[in-house]
Design a protein around this ligand. Structure first.
Ligand SMILES: *Cc1c(COP(=O)(O)O)cnc(C)c1O
Length: 397
């Protein structure tokens, strides 16, 4: 066998092993637009697994704003920002983000994955330390790997362990310490203890960074996020336009002026990847117009989340507690979780099973997500489907 043939045989073997373990992920083909209701294989389905928290993913106002921005500013940028890729609307959007989050400035990235991928390496050196929550998003884990700072990990939301790691970093002589956490942990729907984190950060002189992807736009007063909800200030925020803020793509970092200025000089995903296209920027600006006045949508989302949690609990499902619109239904076994998702699919409900390596082995789950785009009738229909599928598969007694 040639080296390439051997390599491809090995890759094929790894795929077969995933399949044998029941860990293969399959993608469904959506016919038409994303939304609370969508068409798959000619069937109308209810969507309970998008990050479409405020139901804006196919909002006609955002579609119109994207079109208008293309008319006025064109389609592509054909450049990174610092060479010839910065338009007036890029700076308008950065100012808008900073204003919304109460920060001095903000910087755009192609995605929050890139924001998190670039922030640590640009800001920290081998003299420094990062203390990171064990359940942080993959993009934070990868970003931390790319930087030279010493790494410390604390058990999820465990303030005693965070303090122990801060002490260890101080004792090792760290110059600056940065604590990194998700604002909301995406697999569990639980919020970081930002009151505890900022208290410890103050005690140990640490800088705080919060990734608020699953919060900005709908958590806290006016949707300003987890820190606003907890009534505390953090130093640096990262976020996405791919979830509540329209659902397309684009990420950002907001923070103190010198931090943003240094990121513009040094963050590699910013320096070596294209500027966001005008359509995305124009729609993101319109998303802020909507989100700032969207108390009605936030109230609907909160009501839906409370109704959905209460309904599933009454049926006897095992949920992770909380109030966030991420509502994980714990199943345990990966194969059973996928069978459950399929049983729901047959009943017109689109959900996704999450299993290793995305969550720990034995902690497979159906992560349901509420949206302001779902009606009470939709939720009643979904509860009936969960009850029937749960009995069919023995998930419910
Ligand atoms: C979705 C998500 C990201 C990635 O955001 P993109 O803009 O889609 O790259 C990063 N961090 C967290 C916590 C997320 O949930």
């Amino acid at each position: 066998m040639t080296d390439v043939a051997g390599f491809l045989a090995d890759v094929g073997g790894r795929l077969a092993a995933l399949e044998a373990e029941g860990l293969t992920k399959r993608e469904r083909l959506i016919e038409g637009a994303q939304g609370a209701r969508l068409r798959i294989g000619g069937r109308e389905m209810l969507n309970l697994c998008a990050n479409n928290y405020l139901g804006l993913a196919n909002d006609p106002r955002l579609v119109a704003a994207a079109g208008a921005a293309m008319q006025s500013h064109g389609f592509g940028m054909a450049s990174v920002r610092f060479i010839c890729g910065t338009q007036d609307i890029h700076r308008s959007l950065e100012a808008r983000i900073a204003g919304f989050l109460g920060m001095q400035d903000a910087i755009l990235f192609a995605a929050c994955f890139d924001a998190n991928g670039g922030v640590f390496e640009a800001l920290l050196t081998e003299a420094d330390a990062v203390v990171s929550d064990s359940l942080n998003h993959a993009s934070i884990i990868d970003g931390v790997r790319l930087c030279k700072a010493a790494r410390y990990r604390f058990a999820n939301n465990n303030m005693a362990d965070l303090e122990a790691q801060l002490q260890a970093a101080r004792q090792a002589g760290a110059r600056f310490i940065l604590i990194a956490t998700d604002g909301v942990f995406s697999m569990d729907g639980t919020a970081a203890d930002l009151a505890g984190i900022t208290r410890l950060a103050g005690r140990y002189g640490a800088v705080t960074l919060v990734d608020d992807c699953h919060a900005t736009g709908f958590v806290g007063p006016q949707g300003r996020g987890t820190a606003a909800a907890a009534g505390v200030r953090v130093d640096i925020l990262t976020g996405t336009f791919g979830k509540a803020l329209g659902g397309a793509l684009g990420g950002y970092i907001a923070g103190p002026q010198p931090v943003i200025d240094l990121l513009r000089q040094r963050a590699r995903p910013y320096l070596f990847s294209n500027a966001l296209p005008p359509a995305v920027v124009g729609a993101a600006l319109a998303a802020f117009d909507i989100v700032e006045g969207a108390d009605d949508l936030r109230a609907k989302l909160a009501k839906n989340a409370a109704y959905w949690r209460a309904g599933l609990t009454a049926l006897g499902f095992d949920l992770l507690p909380g109030s966030h619109p991420i509502v994980p239904v714990m199943i345990g076994d990966a194969v059973l979780a996928q069978a459950f998702a399929q049983a729901l699919d047959r009943r017109g409900i689109m959900v996704s099973a999450f299993f290793f390596p995305v969550v720990p082995r034995g902690a497979a789950r159906i992560r349901t997500q509420m949206s302001a785009g779902l009606s009470r009738a939709d939720l009643d229909f979904a509860l009936a489907a969960f009850a029937a599928a749960g009995k069919e598969l023995g998930v419910l007694a």
